[in-house]
Design a binder for this molecule. Structure first.
Ligand code: FEO
Length: 168
């Protein structure tokens, strides 16, 4: 069953938005590498991979619905995020923006009476709750212990232990 034109356009834009998020988190990883914060860089690289997976999930869904994906250009992300607190605050702001996009997609799916897409998007609704909560928790931790000296060293180590991260 083909997507409606509006639903198709909006999902297509979300593929680009998720790729943009991957691009942004990879830029944050690069900024952390330059500060020798390899744990935080690893965390952001995992995050970038998750965003790529988010994009691919929608890409596959569009194809399953007999519609075609059209990619758009990505804006260059910043190169300097102002240290750990600046980067994680920017990450949280970005996630809030994405949450708004996902909620608008759900509203559109309801308008279009596209129950399958509404159900497909539920995974993203839940994922966004987790994404915002994770970023918020890291910001609180940095604010609690500070982002200098031993505290920063230990936090970097802790974030580097994220491993493969959660699925998605
Ligand atoms: Fe794809 Fe971080 O939301």
């Amino acid at each position: 069953m083909e997507l409606t034109e509006r639903m198709h356009g909006a999902l297509n834009d979300q593929v680009t938005a998720e790729l943009h998020a991957a691009h942004l988190y990879l830029a944050m990883a690069a900024d952390f590498e330059a500060q020798n914060l390899t744990g935080m860089a690893a965390w952001m690289k995992t995050q970038a991979q998750e965003e790529l997976a988010h994009a691919m999930r929608i890409y596959d869904y569009i194809n399953t619905r007999d519609s075609k994906v059209t990619l758009k250009s990505l804006d260059a992300p910043p190169a300097d995020f102002g240290g750990p607190i600046g980067a994680f605050k920017a990450a949280l702001e970005h996630e809030k923006k994405v949450t708004g996009m996902i909620h608008r997609l759900v509203a559109l799916a309801r308008e279009e009476k596209d129950l399958a897409t509404e159900s497909f998007l539920q995974w993203y609704v839940n994922e966004q709750v987790e994404e915002e909560s994770t970023a918020q928790a890291i910001i609180e931790k940095i604010e609690l212990v500070g982002d200098k000296g031993t505290a920063l060293y230990l936090l970097d180590k802790e974030l580097g232990a994220r491993g493969g991260g959660k699925s998605g």
